[in-house]
Design a protein around this ligand. Structure first.
Ligand code: DX5
Ligand code: ZN
Length: 225
């Protein structure tokens, strides 16, 4: 399934990597209460990125909590060999997979995602040209512009990402969503929206706040049409 059927015009996507993992179910429930619908789930393999993060076992545990309330799980695969993981992500209840243009083989990965009934996204790192990502984006639902080097939550936003979002938005057909991930928060979310991002991933800006529900609502209000 592509994103067309379930995504709203603009989404703030809570990045569960930054949540209190000892209380993950509760954190998800509070974000759903606050109005979140699409959750960002970061899979890191210890190769493409330094840390091993979370994977299908955790995804499987949370998928019913999210799906029963109409939510969706957008899985960001920070991995060297996405083909190895995509079927497991599908079985565990993922709704969409985003792999990196830097690992290559994009057309085959898009085909595999579709075969598995998943949405498909293509991410590009700060060191990769927006034009390279746009050229490779055939058949995807979204292109993810990284505004940090992937790996960890809580890093500072790289300001040049604003121009990169604008550039990639201009190169892509309108039906392809532009997502941004890394250091997104109250100081830059409106500018990113203006630059053309419609899927805004926020980890620590939500989960490190005193009240993560309020933090979600504030970000959502800042990008509301
Ligand atoms: C890290 C992940 C991000 C991360 C974002 O590489 O891809 O999704 O959780 O966290 P913040 O919003 O804190 O930068
Ligand atoms: Zn991510």
């Amino acid at each position: 399934m592509g994103w067309g059927g379930w995504v709203r015009g603009v989404e703030i996507e809570p990045s569960l990597y930054a949540a209190d993992l000892a209380r993950l179910g509760e954190e998800i429930g509070r974000q759903l209460d606050a109005g979140a619908r699409v959750f960002h789930f970061d899979v890191g393999d210890g190769h493409f990125v330094e840390p091993i993060t979370v994977g299908p076992i955790v995804l499987e545990a949370i998928a019913p909590l999210v799906h029963d309330r109409g939510g969706r799980l957008d899985c960001h695969l920070m991995v060297e060999n996405p083909a190895r993981h995509i079927p497991q992500i599908a079985r565990a209840g993922g709704d969409s997979v985003t792999f990196h243009v830097e690992v290559g083989d994009t057309p085959a990965l898009v085909a595999l995602a579709r075969e598995q009934g998943l949405g498909a996204g293509l991410a590009f790192n700060p060191g990769t040209a927006a034009a390279e990502a746009a050229r490779a984006a055939d058949g995807v639902d979204l292109v993810l512009c990284m505004s940090i080097w992937p790996g960890y939550s809580g890093q500072a936003f790289m300001p040049e990402a604003l121009d990169r979002v604008r550039e990639v938005r201009g190169l892509l057909p309108g039906r392809v969503r532009v997502q941004v991930d890394g250091g997104v928060g109250p100081d830059n979310v409106a500018a990113l929206r203006e630059a053309g991002a419609d899927l805004l991933v926020a980890g620590s800006a939500i989960f490190a706040a005193d009240d993560p529900g309020v933090a979600y609502r504030r970000l959502a209000a800042a990008v509301a049409p």
